[in-house]
Design a protein around this ligand. Sequence first.
Ligand SMILES: [Zn+2]
Length: 276
Amino acid sequence: MWRLSKPDLDDAIRDIDKVIALSNKKLDAADAPPLEKLYQAYDAGSGYVPDQLHDSSLTEDKAAIVYKQYEKTRFSYGSPGLKYMRSELMANAAHCPYCGFGEPSHLDHAMPKKPYKALSVCRLNLVPSCSVCNEKKGDKHKFVHPYYQTYPVGVRFFIASITVVDNIFVASFAIDDSAIDGQLADLLRAQIKIAELEDRLRREVNRFIREIPLSALISDEVLNKYLEVILADTKSDFGLNHWKTAVLFALCEFPGLTVEHIRNHKSATADAAQIV
Ligand SMILES: [Zn+2]
């Protein structure tokens, strides 16, 4: 969650020749160097280029041709087109980096494709994301860039709090201001709000707690030990700031957690989980 490994700049630059070849001669070899320079600047700027640099890279007409090639990452039109780029990027993401649970089915343009047409098929700017996060972000909002944003190592900043309401564990999430840079904290908070992450995570948290295998947990002590082990595994698999890690921290710190709490949660959420 929050981060994905960054595609290779060299691969992005190699894509340029394919984009030119697919343009029906509307782009030519002379368009490669300015695009290459733009991609390099994007990488050097950690996923950002100033408008002026973008606009001076290609003429508006040429940038519009690049923009049109984006659909070739999705549809083949009788040739493989740019579908390989989508496949390679999708293979890089098990889950949507914006929510941490959605299936990546869209490519989000970190710098939106309409105003930044020349970056439409730059793989460094294409983030595999779920349809909901992609649609909620749209062209208007800026999310933290999963390829470029760095975080202090070993620091928890995505914190869950858990309360029990009508026998159901209800999680709320917050960004810890004291743990990370204030501007980054504000950006993450805005992103969580725009993506409606708290509401969307509620169902995931319900399911996650429902899946605690009570039949093997014979006492409250065993339950608490089990959660500590799962927390250690989840930290190492998903990182300190994944929603599952945050929820497990909150469960481990929940005062007086008992098997009965989990049993009550399971039965109170049973209707929602049943398939009719
Ligand atoms: Zn998502």
